[in-house]
Write a protein of this length. Structure first.
Length: 277
């Protein structure tokens, strides 16, 4: 299981909290990807939450000026947008993405994702996926410092601008703490609600607080998603794609552009744990 702080808690026989993709007749992998294969295919997935004008938001926020400078740098370096779904397809087919591909994601569906982040994304020609908490649409977040969330008309405006929507569950609860029935409702119910209200397929999921284990990966796959985004650790499943929190300083941001950064992050945390023990 992967905790919110990025620590991996693996059960017997698990591979660092993930599990191998299941084989089927659609071309999914029949065995876990080798490290060399993964590194040749992977692209960074950046995780954002809020974009603000000041520094009075919660710790998972970035100031609009910093967000603009990051995208300006990415554009100058020749990066191009891909979606987590495209990355999952590349992993399944073992087909490398174009060089300097990058995925940009936003969790929770804050209103400032539309009002502040969207104009900057459009300015530099990037697209992004916003993961929506469906039962809180048009309300205020209650899992961190209260902040307004997009309503349905604003979500449609996001999509009309060429951006993508994914599910972030119905209520933002920690999925491993739920019963099987509750888990299915959070995962499948949120997808159905988004598709009913928006009239288009919802293909990817992001785990609330990045907390997940094999049971949650299975539930997301059973709900019909193509892929799911997780936290900063490599997995051998498209239902636990590694993402890195992008709200940090410049030096760390540059390191996060390396496709192998999630593995470097894991090794660094392991070394710190050993040094402290």
């Amino acid at each position: 299981m992967l905790r919110a702080d990025g620590e991996i808690v693996s059960g017997p026989g698990e591979w660092e909290g993930g599990r191998a993709p299941k084989a089927d007749d659609t071309g999914r992998t029949t065995r876990p990807l080798a490290w060399r294969e993964m590194w040749s295919v992977l692209a960074p997935i950046l995780m954002y939450h809020r974009v603000t004008l000041g520094r009075d938001a919660h710790h998972c926020s970035t100031v609009a000026a910093r967000f603009r400078s990051r995208l300006r740098m990415l554009r100058a370096l020749g990066y191009r947008s891909v979606s987590p779904r495209e990355l999952a397809t590349a992993l399944q087919s073992r087909s490398p993405l174009p060089p300097r591909s990058i995925a940009i994601t936003f969790d929770d569906g804050y209103r400032d994702t539309l009002t502040l982040a969207l104009p900057i994304l459009k300015e530099f020609g990037f697209t992004a996926v916003c993961y929506i908490v469906t039962d809180r649409v048009g309300q205020t977040s209650d899992w961190t410092e209260p902040a307004p969330l997009m309503g349905w008309s604003e979500i449609r405006e996001w999509v009309a601008a060429g951006m993508e929507i994914g599910s972030h569950s119905r209520t933002h609860r920690d999925l491993p703490a739920l019963s099987t029935v509750e888990l299915q409702d959070e995962v499948l119910g949120s997808r159905k609600k988004l598709e009913d209200r928006l009239g288009s397929p919802v293909q990817t999921f992001a785990y609330p607080r990045n907390i997940h284990g094999p049971r949650e990966c299975d539930a997301v796959e059973a709900a019909g998603y193509d892929a799911a985004c997780a936290g900063p650790a490599f997995h051998d499943s498209v239902f636990a794609l590694a993402r890195v929190a992008a709200e940090h300083g410049f030096s760390r941001f540059v390191l996060q552009l390396l496709p192998v950064y999630p593995e470097l992050h894991r090794l660094y945390r392991r070394a710190r744990r050993r040094a402290a023990s």
